[in-house]
Design a protein around this ligand. Structure first.
Ligand code: N01
Length: 543
């Protein structure tokens, strides 16, 4: 049987927020589109991340599509929705927009390159794991930033007899920890949420922490009564508009006041009110110099310490979870939004190992537990690995056959020269390929649907401009790509971001090049740069 050779105007990879937003918009402009999605349902990370306690750290009001027929007909139950609500939301999106008719699930892209001679015209040739080859004029990557999971080399892990589950590959039937002894390795956003859940169910929990998470109170709120629901719906048009105007795409915007412009009393009052508001307000609605001035940042840490240490009763655990000396400046590594995380450590059956303390590193995993370097043994039945992802780049570099017009794989190019993408959306050697929510875009330094909406609009504008001008394809020049990377680096150099080993910098993966992977200048600056370049194809070669 000869292999099928389907052909579309536009092929999108990934059916999360980015893929759906773009599909909806491109279809409205009459393009034939297809999404290839390796998973079995819509939702991207919300489909693949089903660990206990999984929950959004963006408020429901702004964590959704701004498509009226979708938001007018869906009610969220909580301010910060959990994975189940979000999966119901994506099912609703499908019912309203009929997304799935253009999605092929279980379809993994294994290779793609721009073939100048494909069927007599210049097209992308996309290979999938099922052996098919698809042709398309435009290829759009919507694969997200946190999909390629990272499992560190932990000696003896393979000998463990109990269950080992990574947060991003949770067993479909769940993990029963009732009455069991369990361990969690990693205290990023995923680890904190698992710990909050497991500490309430397991007989014993031992947490292996490498870096304390400067977690902030979530400020959860239920929308259960009819009046709460109505109030939520009524506010939506305004909130969806506001999110497109702020630095981060969240609702708070940084006031033009610096930390030490105010008196100590005024400062304390401001911190208190932002902290009480919950979410990222302490960062996003606080002082303009938080990310720029170490002394100012330290002042915010002082406040956070005061609030957090008061919640932890055991002095040893208090010093590990909220140490007097900050592990890094605030906000330059992703803080989690917690509900009762610190209180869990007030329970005697919740133990805490500081992996950075002499003798406390993991020596080996044994069939029935974990042994630290000082030979302390923790007997456990189950281990959760909340050790994160090869973030931002990994979702693309893990596509082995994704290569440029010279045949060099993207993984090789980025490993050699570092990662870059002009305007965070295009790449030299990849004509007519667009990236959404990826390298050098505002990505995880923004509320995802806000920057996705922005980038989607730009990508659709670019495609329509290509067609309106009768062009075959566009790709950025080397100078433009280097120049944009230099801008990202220059902005980063003005901030405190380099002072933390974060995944924003690729610093969580041993051997990965340390460089800023996300545009740190905020949405308004990004928007201005992107559309200015589009006006006259500045920085592009057009064919
Ligand atoms: O991953 P992470 P994540 N030995 O990389 C530790 C989004 N997200 O899955 O900090 C021991 O943040 C590592 O330690 P350290 C969100 O954007 C959102 O939690 O590198 N420990 C760290 O503690 C988030 O930021 C939501 O020193 C090791 C942890 O593992 C992003 O996804 C929920 C280790 C990894 O934390 C990633 O979050 C979940 C080792 N060898 C995820 N290697 C919400 O919306 C690593 N660690 C709320």
């Amino acid at each position: 049987m000869s292999p099928q050779k389907p052909s579309y105007d536009i092929l999108l990879i990934g059916a999360g927020f980015s893929g759906i937003t773009l599909l909806h918009s491109l279809r409205q402009h009459g393009y034939s589109c297809r999404i290839y999605e390796s998973g079995s349902d819509l939702g991207g990370v919300w489909h693949s991340n089903t660990y206990p306690g999984c929950r959004s750290d963006s408020e429901a009001s702004i964590y959704q599509l701004s498509v009226p027929e979708v938001w007018k007909t869906f009610s969220f139950e909580e301010k910060f929705p959990d994975g189940e609500q979000l999966r119901r939301y994506f099912a609703h999106v499908d019912r309203v927009l009929d997304v799935k008719k253009d999605v092929e699930f279980g379809t993994t892209v294994t290779g793609a390159w721009f073939d100048a001679a494909a069927e007599g015209s210049r097209k992308w040739r996309v290979e999938t794991a099922d052996g098919r080859v698809t042709h398309c004029r435009f290829l759009i990557s919507c694969v997200g930033t946190n999909t390629e999971r990272y499992v560190p080399e932990i000696p003896g892990l393979e000998t463990f007899k109990g269950e080992v589950a990574h947060s991003a590959a949770w067993p479909k039937g769940g993990v029963d920890v009732l009455g069991k002894k369990v361990a969690v390795i990693g205290t990023g956003a995923s680890g904190i949420q698992i710990i909050q859940s497991w500490a309430k169910e397991a007989a014993e929990l031992v947490v292996f922490q490498r870096t304390p998470n400067l977690a902030l109170p979530m400020g959860q709120q239920a929308y259960s009564t009819p009046s709460e629901k109505t109030e939520f719906q009524d506010a939506l048009p305004g909130l969806l508009e506001t999110r497109m105007k702020t630095w981060s795409g969240y609702l708070d915007d940084v006031p033009a006041v610096k930390t030490f412009d105010e008196s100590p009393e005024e400062r304390e009052a401001r911190y208190e009110s932002l902290y009480a508001r919950g979410g990222f307000s302490l960062y996003l609605g606080g002082y303009s110099d938080l990310l720029l001035d170490e002394t100012a940042n330290r002042e915010a840490y002082r406040f956070w310490l005061k609030k957090t240490r008061a919640r932890i009763t055991d002095p040893r655990k208090r010093d590990i979870l909220a140490p007097l000396e900050p592990p890094h400046p605030m906000a330059v590594k992703r803080s989690s939004l917690e509900q009762d995380y610190f209180e869990q450590f007030n329970k005697e059956n919740v133990r805490l190992v500081n992996l950075r303390e002499q003798g406390q590193g993991i020596k080996t995993v044994k069939p029935d537990g974990i042994e630290t370097e000082d030979s302390t043994f923790f007997a456990v039945d189950t281990i959760a690995l909340a050790t994160g992802f090869n973030s931002v780049t990994g979702s693309l570099t893990s596509i082995p056959g994704l290569r440029n017009t010279s045949g060099v794989p993207l993984a090789e190019e980025w490993a050699t020269n570092g990662a870059s993408a002009y305007l965070g959306m295009t790449r030299r050697g990849y004509p007519n390929m667009f990236l959404c929510y990826s390298v050098h875009g505002p990505a995880s330094l923004s509320n995802a649907p806000s920057s996705i909406e922005l980038q989607s609009r730009w990508i659709v504008d670019a495609i329509r401009k290509i067609d309106a001008e009768g062009l075959s394809h566009v790709e950025p020049t080397e100078e433009a790509e280097k120049g944009f990377k230099a801008t990202v680096d220059a902005i980063t150099g003005m901030t405190l971001f380099p002072k933390a080993d974060s995944w924003y910098l690729g610093a969580n993966i041993p051997g990965k090049k340390r460089e800023m992977l996300i545009f740190p200048g905020g949405l308004p600056m990004y928007e201005q740069m992107a559309w200015k370049a589009l006006e006259n194809w500045e920085g592009f070669v057009t064919v």
